[in-house]
Design a protein around this ligand. Structure first.
Ligand SMILES: [Fe+2]
Length: 368
């Protein structure tokens, strides 16, 4: 059945110099802001300088919180939010990859509400947070256009999503991604690919998300198959990857993610594997499942993109810099309990169960 139901209220402004060209939009959000970022990418990408020029032009006061770590902690977001409240800022600007952008969303809640860290998961804060603007500097997360903030809980080191937090405006300028290293470009591209692939084959997909997903998948495979042998990407290729990351964000805004993400999280949490690589470890299994259970959609994907299942899997594997290892039985059992309790697999193709998840895990990670 055709379905075009969709909710993504963020104003998305796309293209080179979009921050500079739209500086006049900033004063509508207030006279004082907090910039949330990590230590390096906001500055190195050129995005911070563009934002500061816009703030200066419109006489907007600012403070910066640049302590967001990779896989941001809830306590970090709470600390930034408390500071924003104490400093009476009117709005937040997040600059960076997925970590600073997701952190910004959580900070926007803590800046308005003096709550305990984990209370952020207790209810929806939709339209009940400080306004925030986002500026992405990687081509992976798509967080610019999603309502999700994936934040690590300090108590147990597990990633958990806060939902319903949309930016007022996302400024999407691919040139901020051009200074990224090859490794980061590949890992983030695999994250974006995973968003598109998981969304395409999951049960929450619809007509519109399928269009976004096919477009993103096509762009990413085309770039990866044409990557230079010296391990570099052209700016034109990075432009395509950035567009694909936005398509990926638009997909999961509708569908959410599926088992590549939920199963991949432990590799990041416990083995420090980059998020996109962790998802890619499980992606060939997910694609096989999609092709097994959603044959019409599989045929369409192959027809539209001109990549077969085998070609897609071998491209992913050739860019996934990861050696599976023997998983201690105690660790396997702990994952079983974790995934069983969380019931993370409902939307994967073919009524995927916890038993199916363990079979996937065992095929990739032999029991040690
Ligand atoms: Fe992701």
């Amino acid at each position: 059945m055709l379905d075009l139901t969709y909710y993504m209220p963020t104003k998305m402004i796309y293209g080179p110099d979009c921050v500079k060209k739209n500086a006049a939009l900033f004063p509508a959000y207030g006279k004082k802001c907090m910039i949330v970022s990590g230590k390096h990418s906001a500055k190195a990408s050129g995005a911070l300088d563009d934002v500061l020029a816009a703030l200066k032009e419109y006489d907007i006061e600012w403070i910066q919180f640049d302590e967001v770590e990779q896989n941001p902690l809830l306590s970090t977001c709470k600390r930034a939010g408390d500071l924003a409240r104490k400093e009476s800022v009117d709005f937040i600007i997040g600059i960076g990859g997925g970590s600073p952008l997701d952190a910004t969303k959580a900070v926007s809640v803590f800046a308005k509400h003096d709550i305990q860290d984990e209370e952020i998961y207790s209810r929806s804060y939709q339209n009940d947070h400080l306004p925030f603007l986002l500026i992405g500097t990687t081509a992976g997360t798509g967080s610019e256009v999603t309502p999700y903030a994936v934040i690590t809980v300090d108590r147990d080191g597990r990633k958990k999503s806060v939902k319903d937090l949309f930016a007022e405006i996302s400024f999407c300028d691919y040139r901020y991604t051009c200074s990224l290293s090859y490794d980061v470009t590949v890992a983030t591209a695999l994250d974006a690919l995973s968003h598109c692939v998981e969304g395409y084959f999951c049960s929450k997909a619809d007509t519109l998300s399928d269009l976004f997903a096919i477009q993103g998948i096509q762009l990413i495979f085309d770039v990866l198959t044409n990557a230079a042998s010296d391990g570099s990407f052209t700016d034109k290729q990075k432009q395509k990857l950035y567009a694909a990351s936005i398509y990926g964000g638009l997909v999961i805004t509708k569908t959410g993610t599926s088992f590549c993400h939920s199963m991949g999280y432990f590799l990041t949490e416990e083995y420090q594997v980059a998020h996109g690589i962790a998802c890619a470890v499980f992606m060939p299994e997910y694609l096989h499942r999609g092709f097994d259970y959603e044959t019409k959609k599989a045929d369409r994907l192959t027809y539209e993109t001109d990549y077969t299942l085998g070609e897609m899997c071998s491209i992913i594997e050739s860019f996934t810099d990861f050696q599976p290892f023997a998983l201690p039985e105690a660790k396997r059992n702990a994952l079983y309990e974790l995934w069983k309790a969380a019931d993370k697999f409902g939307s994967a193709p073919g009524e995927f169960t916890i038993e199916d998840a363990m079979e996937v895990l065992d095929r990739i990670f032999p029991i040690g």
